[in-house]
Design a protein around this ligand. Structure first.
Ligand code: NAI
Length: 466
């Protein structure tokens, strides 16, 4: 057995782990990263990046429709699914290759294999060439999450998780999506665009539970227009195979129904990957749902053992994991910024149209007993949105009624995922709605809708008719 001695070892090379490793190297620490699969984790390989590539391809079909309205004669493009998947893979490979290159430049050693904690400062790895032990003062766990199954719906050829849905060999004729959350809606809308008949079964009384219903309404309307059938307050009970097709039993508002499908896409959430890591054996606390509790430095109950990303509490989002990685690296190196303490974590959803939220929604603010003022502005009154032919959607600014502080920015519409950072800066900086309204936003841009919604907090949006 070979042994490596280093300053820090990071287990898992997703957006939490690889960012932490690079920052540790920037701080002059010797770092070893252990990864059993490709660099980049779920985000780069089976999540954010491949899904956005497919979704961008779906948007291309929309643009063809728009081109016709502009006066072009365009034949409906034929899709070669194999080539689309290969193009998507090429984007993933460029990014994962980029991480490998950054590791080399920073002299970060990569050990490929499955890791387990042998002691608080010792990681045992099963590699293709046999066992390796890594001794380090600090250990950072960043092993991520995996799709969660439900009883009766084990993943396989017929029941896809997001992983299979991102590398299809054919577009299913009828796709039944269980779980109308972020992944179910993003991928469901892509599949509808490329020709599948899509049906979404959602347990709660609204798709995208937790998102402002005023925003969700815009996406639900567009989904229906695209032919997607949505069943809310509905739970999938089981499935069987008959004559090559699937029959899925669904209880909707107390009534049992059977829907025919060719594939099931199960997207009912993700669960942390913490089993088999030896955590309990070395005394690291794991809660009953498999998450690892941590302090503000992302340190577990065992000194010098850190946990970042999806295995900790909070939203399972790449940018949250990366921020935790930076905080943990600073804590390990004794540098400033050694606490994960954001006021807000923005969320982005790549549906059609996109949704982006940061801070308190109107309902959340009122639930907290706060008096709020809400400003709205529709994309239909924005010149840039009109020229892009993407006028569905609105922007809501939620401000404290007493002192005008921005509490939330909630948007549905074109490119809102690129604009939400303005709201995060406003909230982190303690800005007021008036600050947003008085900040000159360039014309003609989609971002003017934020300025006008902020003006509307005081009833002063220039381009609103009301
Ligand atoms: P989710 O939590 O967003 O949605 C799961 C949905 O399934 C919920 O609406 C839930 O009510 C429903 N559900 C649960 N059990 C059900 C049942 N038995 N029958 C019917 N419906 C049921 O989880 P999802 O979409 O799997 O995503 C997992 C994680 O990945 C999330 O934390 C999400 O934030 C993250 N993610 C983020 C993305 C982004 O930032 N754009 C993209 C994709 C995923």
């Amino acid at each position: 057995m070979s042994e490596i001695r280093t300053d820090a070892v990071v287990v898992g090379a997703g957006p939490a782990g690889y960012v932490c490793a690079i920052r540790l190297a920037q701080y002059g620490r010797r770092v070893v990263v252990v990864e059993q699969a490709e660099l980049g984790g779920t985000c780069l390989n089976q999540g954010c990046i491949p899904s956005k590539a497919l979704i961008a391809a779906g948007h291309f079909l929309d643009q063809v429709d728009h081109a016709q309205a502009m006066g072009f004669t365009v034949a409906r493009p034929e899709l070669d699914l194999g080539k689309l998947v290969a193009w998507k893979d090429s984007i993933v490979q460029r990014l994962t290759g980029g991480i490998g290159m950054l590791f080399k430049k920073r002299k970060i050693e990569l050990v490929r294999g499955r890791a387990r904690l042998a002691a608080p400062n010792r990681v045992a790895v099963e590699t293709a060439d046999g066992p390796v032990e890594i001794a380090a003062r600090d250990v950072v766990l960043a092993t991520g999450s995996e799709p969660a199954p439900i009883p009766g719906f084990e993943f396989g050829e017929r029941v896809w998780s997001s992983t299979e849905a991102l590398s299809p060999t054919e577009v299913p004729g009828r796709l039944l999506v269980i779980g109308g959350g972020v992944i179910g809606l993003e991928l469901g809308m892509f599949y509808a665009r490329v020709g599948a008949e899509v049906r979404v079964v959602e347990y709660m009384d609204q798709i995208l539970p937790g998102i402002d219903p005023e925003l969700v309404k815009v996406v639900a309307r567009k989904a229906k227009k695209a032919g997607i059938k949505i069943h809310t307050s509905a739970a999938a009970q089981g499935w069987s195979e008959a004559d090559g097709a699937l029959e899925v039993r669904v209880e909707e508002k107390g009534k049992e129904q059977v829907f025919a499908a060719d594939r099931i896409l199960l997207t009912v959430g993700r669960r942390p990957v913490t089993r088999g890591l030896g955590l309990e054996e070395v005394g690291v606390k794991v809660d009953e749902r498999g998450f690892v509790p941590v302090d503000a430095q992302r340190q577990t109950n065992v000194p010098h053992v850190y946990a970042i990303g999806d295995i900790g509490h909070g939203p399972m989002l790449a940018h949250k994991g990366s921020a935790e990685g930076l905080a943990a690296a600073a804590a390990i190196a004794g540098r400033p910024g050694a606490a994960y303490d954001p006021k807000v974590v923005p969320a982005v959803i790549f549906t059609d149209p996109e949704i982006a939220c940061v801070g308190l929604s109107e309902a959340e603010a009122r639930e907290q007993g706060r008096e709020v003022k809400v400003g709205r502005f529709n994309f239909g009154a924005n010149g840039r949105a009109l020229s892009l032919q993407q006028t569905d959607g609105l922007v809501k600014v939620v401000a404290d009624a007493a002192d005008d502080t921005v509490l939330g920015l909630h948007m549905v519409g074109p490119n809102v995922t690129d604009m939400i950072a303005e709201g995060a800066v406003a909230i982190e900086g303690g800005l007021t709605a008036e600050d947003l309204a008085l900040t000159i936003h360039p014309h003609p841009t989609l971002a003017e809708t934020i300025m006008e919604a902020a003006e509307d907090v005081h009833g002063l949006a220039v381009h609103a008719a009301r």
